[in-house]
Design a protein around this ligand. Structure first.
Ligand code: 9MR
Length: 482
């Protein structure tokens, strides 16, 4: 499975072709608009509408260069309510040269989705594969810092436009239940949680997912390894909202009979679960039955919020010879399509799954600091006096960067406005602030409340945070009411 997953069916030649074809952008919008005007989906007759009746989305991977293919766009716009850029948001595509970001292909997909009422799953911020050459050659603190900057830049560029991010992709080894060796893993075990905290800071409204393959069978060590990581993250307040199950099924990695158990057990940890890259090799009724089973399993798990297939037509698949998708090369519906639609429509209406509220106070402040641990307890101002406030800092520090979360607590009189003062070490620069207005980016700073967190009732608290490069603050913050 690993060797198959590792190969790149696109390869350099295909990538060059893709790039060339991207120039057809202007025509794309017109074709899309025409198709949209041509048809309106009704419940029970398309994948997206039927999934919506069950409170779910139905998505597909999309390649930007295919947005000039009328058959492809016609099916996309008719059937799907979520899109995942198949390659366009990956590290090699978005930051081919360090510090220089190219978003044109990914932007095209996002624009198409928005223009046609579809949402977007972002894929993928941190991954051992499809790294640009410059990142492959980095290690240690330089790589860690590059990863943090990459996540910050990309998630900020798409802030507010992404339903869920695959923050970290495929970080577990295929056997043994431990982490996969990679340059990212060698920067330290905490790289995954740093990635999640960084993504939360950059786009507080996006759900943050861990995504992997061969995690479908509950008894497999890899599944258990990921489960234990998610459990640990939830226990420590690392911001994770969802787990993606790629679910690339074939004879070597078949659909397991305990798939529903796996989805339910992860959901029970307090995360949404999503089927993110579904394809099932085969044909005819055998393939259709398995597709139907997968859909039924998702619908049986309240927090299974959606299904994405990894391409539209068999000819669009990374495993085209396995004919693993819902439409044949001509764009015709296969028996697998009918099985999926039938299952989506089965059982009448169902209660939509509870949607996890978009996180409002990112990132959580409950997590203990990771490497290196602070040598002193988190600095805190004196206890609240009647009309005053206090501020405390929780620091997540790694070599070269940090995320600081600040809790502002009102005294007995409550607050109608507040300002926190904090002096940063000389090597520190703030790169991103949320839920407060900073006075600058270095040295002695003040952070003023924003509109929604101006009022803090007596004895309660509110939180804001910022991310920076260099060393995080160790000085005691001041808090001033008014
Ligand atoms: O479908 C993608 C294919 O076009 C790329 O060449 C390949 C390169 O790694 O990635 C494929 O998508 C993968 C996804 O990003 C992560 N999970 C496995 C998918 C299939 O290989």
């Amino acid at each position: 499975m690993d060797s198959v997953l590792a190969r790149d069916p696109g390869g350099p030649t295909a990538r060059r072709t893709r790039t060339a074809l991207l120039c057809a952008a202007a025509g794309v919008a017109m074709i899309a608009a025409t198709v949209v005007l041509g048809g309106s989906a009704s419940a029970g007759t398309t994948l997206g509408a039927s999934a919506a009746e069950k409170g779910r989305y139905f998505g597909t991977a999309v390649a930007a260069y295919k947005l000039s293919d009328a058959t492809y766009v016609g099916i996309l716009n008719r059937e799907f309510t979520m899109v995942t850029p198949e390659n366009e948001m990956k590290w090699d595509a978005t930051e081919p040269t360090q510090g220089q970001f190219t978003y044109s292909s990914a932007d095209r997909i996002v624009s198409h989705a928005q223009a046609n009422g579809m949402r977007v799953r972002g894929h993928a911020l941190a991954w051992h594969s499809q790294q640009p050459g410059w990142a492959q050659n980095l290690s240690g603190a330089a790589l860690r810092q590059a990863m943090v900057n990459h996540i910050t830049q990309v998630a900020t560029h798409y802030q507010g436009k992404i339903y869920a991010w695959d923050v970290v992709n495929e970080a577990y080894a295929d056997s043994g239940g431990g982490r996969r060796d990679s340059n990212l893993q060698r920067t330290g075990d905490d790289w995954i949680e740093v990635a999640f905290r960084t993504a939360r800071a950059a786009d507080p409204g996006a759900k943050l997912c861990y995504n992997d393959y061969n995690t479908d069978n509950w008894t497999w060590a890899k599944t258990q390894g990921v489960y234990n990581m998610v459990k640990d993250f939830k226990a420590r307040g690392v911001p994770i909202d969802c787990v993606g199950f790629q679910s690339h099924f074939n004879s070597g990695s078949p659909y397991p009979s305990n798939y529903r158990t796996t989805l339910q057990n992860f959901a029970d940890l307090g995360v949404d679960v999503q089927i993110t890259e579904l394809d099932i090799e085969g044909s005819g009724s055998t393939q259709a039955t398995t597709y139907g089973n997968v859909v039924r399993d998702c619908l049986a798990v309240a927090r299974c919020t959606g299904i994405t297939v990894w391409g539209i037509r068999d000819s669009d698949s990374w495993r085209a010879s396995g004919t693993p998708l819902l439409f044949d090369a001509g764009g015709n519906k296969k028996p697998a399509y009918t099985a999926v639609l039938t299952e989506l429509n089965a059982g009448g209406t169902s209660t939509p799954p509870p949607t996890t509220a978009a996180p409002t106070t990112p990132p959580p402040t409950t997590a203990p600091p990771t490497t290196p641990p602070p040598s002193t307890p988190p600095p805190t101002t004196p206890p609240p006096s009647g009309s005053g406030c206090t501020a405390s800092v929780t620091l997540n520090q790694w070599q070269g960067g940090f995320v600081a979360s600040i809790r502002v607590t009102a005294g007995a009189s409550g607050l109608t406005g507040w300002t926190v003062g904090l002096t940063l070490p000389s090597d520190a620069t703030v790169t991103n602030t949320w839920s407060a207005q900073p006075s600058g980016t270095s040295g002695a700073l003040t952070f003023r409340n924003v509109d929604y967190n101006r009022q803090v009732a007596a004895g309660t608290s509110t939180e804001f945070g910022f991310q920076g490069t260099g060393t995080g603050p160790s000085a005691v913050p001041t808090c001033t009411a008014g």
